[in-house]
Design a protein around this ligand. Structure first.
Ligand SMILES: C[S@@+](CC[C@H](N)C(=O)[O-])C[C@H]1O[C@@H](n2cnc3c(N)ncnc32)[C@H](O)[C@@H]1O
Length: 256
């Protein structure tokens, strides 16, 4: 997949950071020695971690050069490392592993979450949030358009769509035996966006990338036109003209 665009991602920074804030308040660690922000992106989630544990060594890891560049600019005093979490081990004395909106992209993430929990010290916490929205119109329509245009075969072959998440019980069974406490919950956000075009802009920075990346510019434009028309029908304006982007997310706080 092409690199992420920090600029596109940050167009909705406040809304995208909200789940990090909601996850952070549920982490029962008063003093942390080392904290790692896995999939730190442009540093928006890392900044929250630095504020919560100002005495800790806070590190961000990410695979995206553009995201890391932005994160280093934002938080010059923190360490940011280019690393794929699938091949990464937390350093010793890491008390908190924080991962906001990344593990849905990591193949076989259940095994990865087990491995990372296993590497924590006693009392250490793995805190994870993932979008659980593949059945929402915003995603269903991406797949519908992919299957109905001239790009059908190309996307069937090349679009690396993310896997559906396991049910909460899957996380409970996988992580429960490793934990002294396991908290799993869903929150459904209703993000207020200016209009249906803003819904398309939102997913251009995330979920739409696997569908757009394989296409050449003219097909990409055509795909977006087709997708935008369907999104406008699925996300009608409210009384004030704004639209609500319904967005279910799953949260997990695993205490070793
Ligand atoms: C949706 S952004 C989340 C950014 C930030 N954590 C936040 O809360 O907004 C997902 C980030 O995960 C990174 N990422 C995806 N797969 C990864 C992997 N296997 N290892 C490390 N980072 C990864 C992407 O590069 C991207 O910056």
């Amino acid at each position: 997949m092409a690199d992420w665009s920090a600029e596109q991602y940050l167009k909705f920074e406040d809304e995208r950071t909200r789940p990090s804030r909601d996850l952070l308040v549920q982490i029962p660690v008063a003093d942390a020695r080392r904290v790692v922000d896995i999939g730190c992106g442009p540093g928006n989630s890392t900044e929250l971690l630095v504020k919560r544990w100002p005495q800790a060594a806070v590190t961000g890891i990410d695979t995206s050069a553009d995201m890391l560049r932005q994160a280093r600019e934002r938080l010059p005093a923190q360490k940011f490392i280019e690393a794929n979490v699938a091949h990464w081990m937390p350093p010793e004395n890491t008390d908190v592993l924080f991962a906001n909106a990344i593990f849905q992209w990591v193949p076989g993430h259940l095994r990865q979450l087990q491995r990372l929990t296993g590497a924590l010290p006693r009392g250490g916490v793995l805190a994870v949030q993932m979008p659980d929205n593949l059945d929402e119109p915003v995603h269903v329509l991406m797949r519908d358009v992919a299957q109905s245009g001239p790009w059908r075969e190309q996307l069937a072959e090349k679009a690396r769509v993310r896997d559906a998440l396991p049910a909460p019980g899957g996380y409970y069974d996988a992580l429960g035996p490793l934990c002294t406490r396991l908290d799993i919950w869903h929150t459904i956000y209703n993000h207020v966006l200016d209009d249906a075009a803003a819904v398309v802009e939102w997913v251009k920075g995330t979920g739409l990338r696997p569908f757009l990346d394989p296409l050449e510019a003219p097909e990409r434009k055509q795909y977006i036109t087709e997708y935008s028309a369907r999104i406008a029908a699925a996300y009608p304006p409210q009384a004030d003209g704004k639209v609500l982007l319904r967005f279910p997310r799953i949260f997990i706080v695993a205490v070793k």
